[in-house]
Design a protein around this ligand. Structure first.
Ligand code: PSU
Ligand code: MN
Length: 294
């Protein structure tokens, strides 16, 4: 078993099993853990192996997960399925929050959250519901413009989820640093984030604090460039009748093809950037609690 600590940072695994191609998925999984450690915190990658919920994986288990072909995408409704069928699975943002919160972890790093899809039928990611009812700090790079971003932000507001711009006033759009949409508050340091989260939860709020950090400027793909590809990928999904759980993985893979790997590079860069910030936040949170205990 991997030991948990007061500076544990949860890491999701759908990005490993469904979000990134091989072999970059395994490299990324290892790099995320390394960056968390280099910044003084303790990584815990969350997944399901042979029907068991695992909070923290060994390196051999990470490797197995990254190369597993029969692997389920695990959101909150899917845990019992994977358990009774003794399957392996990569946990989404919602799935990871569920298992991490249960294990007492308060900080989580991911790339982009799921949200409200731009499709004919209703498709709202469970990630939004998990953010509504799980008190954790979730670090992301906003949400991809494959989603309806204004509707996603409206939903988060309805569900009482503070959307924090980390050193920005705008909600970042994953590949782009800006979306033209405002956040609910701006904060500029890990300590400010921790004080904010404490204030939120001390009021009795049960929702997450969503910390949105724009990707590094050098990795940004201009909105004019990526938006055309996003439109194309969405159209192809609609024409191919792709909806439900496979929709997000399809759109991500298609974008990587259409951009000749540029979207993949941006994705990797922002994931590592988020792991670093989450580690700094976990350390600040642990320090604040130690000071309060004295
Ligand atoms: N967005 C990304 N990359 C991802 C995902 C979303 O930019 O890898 C993954 C996350 O694990 C997220 C999940 O929780 O997809 C959302 O899936 P759905 O839309 O089916 O809820
Ligand atoms: Mn969905």
């Amino acid at each position: 078993m991997i030991k948990l600590s007061s500076t544990s940072v949860a890491l999701e695994s759908t990005v490993i099993t469904h979000g990134l191609p091989r072999p970059q998925n395994l490299t990324l999984a290892r790099d995320m853990e390394r960056v968390v450690r280099e910044n003084g915190a303790t990584p815990a990658t969350i997944a399901i192996l042979d029907g068991q919920i695992r909070v923290g994986l060994t390196d051999a288990e990470l490797e197995r997960l990254a190369n597993e072909t029969n692997v389920r995408k695990i959101s909150r409704r899917d845990f019992a399925t994977a358990i009774v069928k003794k399957e392996c699975g990569g946990t989404t943002v919602a799935g990871t929050m569920f298992a991490a919160h249960r294990a007492g972890i308060r900080v989580f790093a991911t790339g982009g959250i799921g949200g409200v899809h731009e499709v004919e039928t209703l498709d709202i990611s469970t990630d939004l519901q998990a953010l509504a009812d799980t008190p954790m700090i979730v670090v992301c790079a906003g949400a991809k413009a494959i989603l309806n971003l204004p509707a996603t932000l409206e939903y988060l507001e309805t569900m009482a989820v503070p959307v924090i711009g980390y050193r920005t006033d705008e909600f970042p759009a994953f590949y782009s640093r800006q979306s033209g949409l405002p956040v609910s508050a701006r904060l500029d340091s890990p300590e400010e984030v921790v004080r904010f989260a404490k204030a939120h939860w001390e009021l009795g709020m049960k929702s997450a604090v969503l910390v949105c950090q724009p990707l590094p400027p050098e990795d940004e793909i201009p909105a004019e460039k990526i938006n055309g590809f996003i439109e194309q990928a969405r159209r192809e999904a609609s024409e191919g009748g792709i909806h439900g759980q496979p929709l997000t993985p399809f759109l991500l893979a298609r974008l990587a093809e259409l951009t000749g790997g540029e979207s993949l590079r941006a994705n990797l860069a922002l994931l590592l950037n988020n792991a670093k910030l989450a580690a700094q936040i976990a350390c600040a949170l642990s320090l604040l609690e130690k000071q309060k205990a004295i």
